[in-house]
Design a protein around this ligand. Structure first.
Ligand code: MG
Length: 376
């Protein structure tokens, strides 16, 4: 099973209020779409984000490894564009999800995927529990039996070939992809949804969503990093983004900023995203000699696209000389500036190794770093 998720976020819906479409508004400190994308990252094999062409720039900033597709004039057209973009990529199943449902959880996604082992389509829903009325001119005009009625949610999952063919054949508008699938004769299983998987529609929905997120508690991740660079001839070293006069230099492909490298690896580590070498292979000539701030900025951006912010970080430099204390505040400010975080979340300190080992013999500098990432 190779599964893709299509996040549909091309709408311009304005019922939620605000100057920008709801999927770009902030929820618990991050754009709604960051939450939505995070729910599918690591769960599916491919992610597609469908956006309005006007939103392409802001989408780029948070898309990460998601494929960006321009949406069409209607929801159907947007989904169709995403499905066509997946053609030829070996996808067997696709989950189509509203960008404005940021609280979908792994259990709901798992139930949809599970049902796809048996059915051509599957979608979550919750049973209608309120009494249903028909209204006319502000008066109750009749009641509606609620037996057998469901409130549909997303992700709506399908066998890829079947839903692509269904969309290609479908004429006119549809309420959702289940309607398109059924028009093509596909069976769609109902799986258990979740009341928390709400679609942000009105301003009050944002407050409710934030309360649900608070109730889920924080996701906290820790990462560590360690790096060493040897001394060579020179008259300065770069440490944590600050040029420090010294009677030696550090040897390395780039500026050999051992502290910044350790911190960058700590952030990658917290995200389970490997290390600097994986993102900027030293064998690739374009990264040979690249300034270290490029690496740290990339790690910080990746952190944000994954929906995390920096709780704090702590860098320890291990060396006899140069003395770090006089420069520590400047180093904290430099790192904070590169990562785009408050300086109070960044610590830089140093220790000697009591003249023991390679650092004690002043053959090089070692650095350790810890990063704590938080998703509210
Ligand atoms: Mg290094």
């Amino acid at each position: 099973m190779t599964t893709a998720a299509v996040i549909v976020a091309a709408g311009r819906g304005s019922r939620a209020g605000g100057d920008i479409p709801k999927q770009w508004q902030m929820l618990a400190g991050m754009p709604v779409l960051v939450h939505t994308l995070a729910a599918f990252r690591g769960v599916v094999d491919l992610l597609v984000l469908v956006v309005h062409p006007d939103d392409r720039d802001r989408a780029q900033a948070l898309a990460g490894d998601a494929i960006l597709v321009n949406g069409g004039a209607t929801r159907d057209a947007s989904v169709r564009a995403a499905l066509e973009a997946l053609d030829g990529r070996g996808v067997t199943h696709v989950l189509i999800h509203d960008g404005a449902r940021p609280l979908v959880d792994a259990d709901v996604i798992g139930r949809v995927r599970g049902a796809l082992e048996t059915y051509a389509g599957a979608a979550p829903a919750v049973p209608v529990t309120d009494a249903l009325w028909r209204g006319k001119d502000g008066l109750v005009d009749g009641t509606q039996d609620r037996a057998g009625l469901w409130r549909a949610q997303t992700p709506q999952g399908f066998r890829y070939d079947a839903i692509l063919a269904a969309h290609r054949a479908h004429q006119g508008q549809a309420a959702d992809d289940v309607e398109v699938a059924r028009a093509a004769g596909l069976d769609v299983a109902i799986v258990e949804g979740n009341e928390a998987n709400l679609k942000l529609t009105f301003p009050s929905d944002f407050a409710r969503a934030e309360a649900i997120l608070k109730g889920r508690g924080m996701d906290v991740r820790l990462g560590n990093g360690y790096d060493v660079h040897a001394f060579t001839a020179g008259d300065h070293v770069w440490l944590c983004g600050v040029k420090v006069a010294h009677d030696k230099a550090l040897l390395g492909h780039s500026d050999a900023d051992v502290g910044m490298h350790a911190l960058t690896d700590a952030i990658y580590g917290a995200l389970a995203e490997g290390d600097i070498g994986r993102h900027f292979p030293p064998s690739d000539p374009q990264w040979k000699g690249a300034a270290s701030h490029i690496f740290l900025r990339h790690a910080a951006e990746l952190m944000r696209t994954r929906g995390y912010r920096l709780g704090n970080c702590d860098v320890t430099l291990v060396c006899e000389r140069p003395k770090i204390g006089p420069h520590a505040a400047a180093m904290q400010a430099a790192l904070a500036g590169i990562m785009g975080v408050e300086v109070g979340r960044v610590s830089v300190k140093a220790t000697t190794s009591e003249r023991l080992g390679f650092t004690g013999r002043e053959e090089g500098i070692a650095a350790l770093a810890t990063a704590c990432l938080v998703r509210a």
